[in-house]
Design a protein around this ligand. Structure first.
Ligand SMILES: [Zn+2]
Length: 342
């Protein structure tokens, strides 16, 4: 069991609902401008590195101060969840393209067998961990999603490419474990769009080989419905499966979780990242109460549905602050015996 270790020592209630983020936090508006200026050579050397550090520090501090139990760096160093990784993977070549607005901007081309010889996220993790006392979770785009959002020119099928990418992700996960990361989340939004649970199972099994018992391994699946992934996704070899339930087009959690056998823990999305209006504390509280009615609190992680990148920073921040407040209200109500739990 690797969950209870994330309970903060000063946590006020007996009941404990673990809170964290899933996905990318909005990047500061000034960051792409500095990156562009850097590409043009019109800012002094070191400026873009300093800007990326500041953006990361800001995201970590926002999460830390609002009271999330486990933080990330908001993925603010990443221009996209595919592109950032393509930088480090040999023969995964950026073609540009895309509209620059979403997580799937641009589609790299796989021009030959993939390989990688350098760390991807270890420095990003070390920086984030150096600016907070909270545990830092690291998110890694999963092999299936990397494969399915590429043009696999040099491969016969997505399965072969997924298997090769799983080797590279596993090697990076091993480096992250060595660096001291306590929680690794593999992001597989590609599965929501194209439900290849068998491929996902195989690649997650390979990754899990590198993860010792005292490190938490999760997988996040979004961008679609879960009909074609359940019950298989509940048997993935991970500690936690993170799902979206707050968005307008999300599936009914009771239907999805009817197939859950209680083996993996559940990350339950309670904040809608697409809605520009801030989810109210009451709305979020109702979603959390539904969550605890379906999943025992000791197996539950409360999160936003996905990355909050689609909304502006102040909105994203308010949404998360409301989530933390709603969680505290439900924890207090559970202590008082006022909430029915699974
Ligand atoms: Zn997502």
């Amino acid at each position: 069991m690797t969950r209870e270790r994330f309970r903060p020592p000063d946590h006020e209630t007996e009941s404990f609902l673990l809170t964290t983020v899933v996905g990318s936090y909005p990047r500061p508006a000034w960051l792409p401008e500095i990156e562009d200026a850097h590409a043009d050579g019109s800012v002094p050397e070191g400026t873009v590195e300093e800007a990326l550090d500041d953006a990361s520090r800001a995201a970590v501090n926002i999460f830390d101060r609002m009271g999330l139990d486990v933080v990330t760096d908001g993925e603010v160093r990443r221009e996209g969840m595919i592109e950032y990784f393509a930088r480090f993977i040999d023969n995964m070549e950026q073609d540009g393209g895309g509209d620059g607005t979403g997580w799937n901007t641009g589609m790299p081309t796989i021009v030959d067998e993939v390989s990688s010889s350098e760390p991807w996220l270890v420095d990003d993790y070390r920086f984030a961990a150096s600016v907070t006392d909270c545990p830092v979770k690291v998110t890694v785009t999963g092999p299936f999603t990397l494969a399915s959002f590429s043009q696999p020119q040099a491969y016969d099928d997505v399965g072969e490419l997924t298997a090769d990418l799983a080797e590279l992700v596993a090697a990076e996960v091993a480096r992250l474990v060595d660096a001291g990361v306590e929680w690794i989340q593999i992001d597989e939004p590609g599965l929501g769009i194209s439900p290849h649970s068998e491929l996902a199972h195989e690649s997650l099994s390979r990754i899990a080989e590198e993860v010792p018992d005292d490190v938490r391994l999760g997988v996040h699946v979004c961008s679609g419905n879960y009909d074609n992934l359940a019950p298989e996704m509940f048997s993935f070899p991970v500690d936690e499966v993170d799902l979206e339930f707050a968005s307008d087009d999300a599936d009914d959690p009771a239907d999805v979780l009817a197939a859950w056998d209680g083996d993996v823990d559940i990350g339950f999305g309670v904040v809608d990242p697409q809605d520009r209006d801030v989810d109210s504390i009451e709305e979020i509280r109702a979603r959390i109460e539904e969550a605890v009615s379906l999943v025992p609190p000791e197996q539950l992680t409360i999160t936003p549905d996905c990355g909050l990148k689609p909304v502006k920073r102040p909105i994203a921040r308010e949404k998360l602050e409301n989530m933390v407040e709603a969680v505290e209200a439900v924890e207090a109500a559970m202590d008082a015996g006022e909430v029915e739990t699974a």
